[in-house]
Design a protein around this ligand. Structure first.
Ligand SMILES: NCc1[nH]cc(CCC(=O)O)c1CC(=O)O
Length: 309
């Protein structure tokens, strides 16, 4: 095949995913390479009536896309880093992470609501958010809502819930900032691993010039190092996206600080550990934090969750 200066970008077909793919394409553009966006439907897009936790296996939003990386029909895949399992196929690698957006969860609503004092029905389908709601906002009632952001907002307007709890990143990318009624602090409501950043996955054998373009034009090194710490934590914990684990790393001077843990599904027990390391040791940092979390009660919580799901 003749060499083409075109990078084929595989992505899910949802509006948020397409926004993210377009964003990555816009970062590549000044390099002189062109891009082609290839939408791919995944299992997670097809099954809308069951919560993600119950679909079961990891990678429900990524497997079909990874298959196309493996057979060479796309050059790179663009994912919300949060949706990416901690184990990716041996032949593939993560080559870039875009600059992280504000990482917080936010409450959005079409009416005036107060999450602290009102008895709100809050739409979410994330086990982490349901458990944190039970712990920090016992007034609130979590109701399961799935679908893309647009669908969830229509369900809220139709009365299925009073508010939605979502990642700021997605809300912002879809242009719903004006519906934000509360920004929840990460000091206690710790985000999911990878929240707010976009990961670029490719075949280890992808043409080196294309890899170089991605590294130079798409990757944000400070975000990348934080993501490696968070993902090392998740990998050691053996948690997929259905586990109510959380992890957030950020740079403090010349070290990386990682705060991560797990919460029981009933919200009763929060196991949280914060440690820091140099930039070179983020993998060990993630492993150390995960092992500590497992040892001080995390193992027991994981065992209970595996029995319940
Ligand atoms: N699990 C779905 C998902 N995956 C990524 C985002 C938002 C964008 C991001 O976190 O980068 C969302 C929606 C949400 O959690 O509100």
């Amino acid at each position: 095949m003749p060499y083409t200066k075109t990078i084929r970008i595989g992505t899910r077909g949802s509006k948020l995913a397409l926004w993210q793919a377009e964003y990555v394409a816009s970062l590549i553009k000044p390099s002189g390479y062109t891009t082609e966006i290839v939408p791919i439907e995944t299992r997670g897009d097809k099954i809308l009536d069951v919560s993600i936790a119950k679909i079961g296996s990891k990678g429900v939003f990524t497997e079909e896309i990874e298959a196309k990386l493996l057979d060479g029909s796309i050059d790179i895949a663009v994912h919300s880093a949060k949706d990416l399992s901690s184990d990716i196929p041996e032949e593939l690698e993560l080559v870039a992470f875009t600059e992280r957006e504000l990482v917080n969860d936010v409450v959005i609503s079409d009416r005036q609501v107060n999450i602290t004092s009102d008895k709100l029905k809050i739409g979410t389908s994330s086990t982490r958010r349901v458990a944190f709601l039970k712990h920090f906002y016992p007034n609130a009632e979590a109701v399961s809502i799935r679908g893309n952001l647009q669908t969830r907002i229509s369900k809220m307007k139709a009365g299925e819930c009073d508010a939605l709890l979502l990642a700021y990143a997605g809300v912002h990318r879809m242009g719903y900032d004006n519906m934000i009624v509360d920004k929840i602090e990460t000091s206690y409501f710790v985000p999911a691993v990878g929240q707010g950043t976009i990961a670029i996955e490719c075949h280890k054998k992808l043409d080196f010039k294309k890899k170089e373009i991605i590294a130079n034009w798409v990757n944000h090194p400070a975000t990348e190092v934080c993501l490696h710490a968070e993902r090392s934590f998740l990998k050691t914990l053996h948690g997929g996206c259905s586990i109510p684990a959380f992890g957030y790393a950020h740079i403090e001077g010349d070290s990386i600080s990682l705060k991560a843990g797990i919460i029981s599904l009933d919200g009763q027990r929060v196991i949280k550990v914060k440690r820091s390391s140099s930039f070179e040791n983020v993998k060990e940092l993630g492993e150390m934090v995960a092992n500590e979390v497992l040892n001080i009660g995390g193992e027991q919580i994981l065992k209970e969750i595996r029995q319940q799901l």
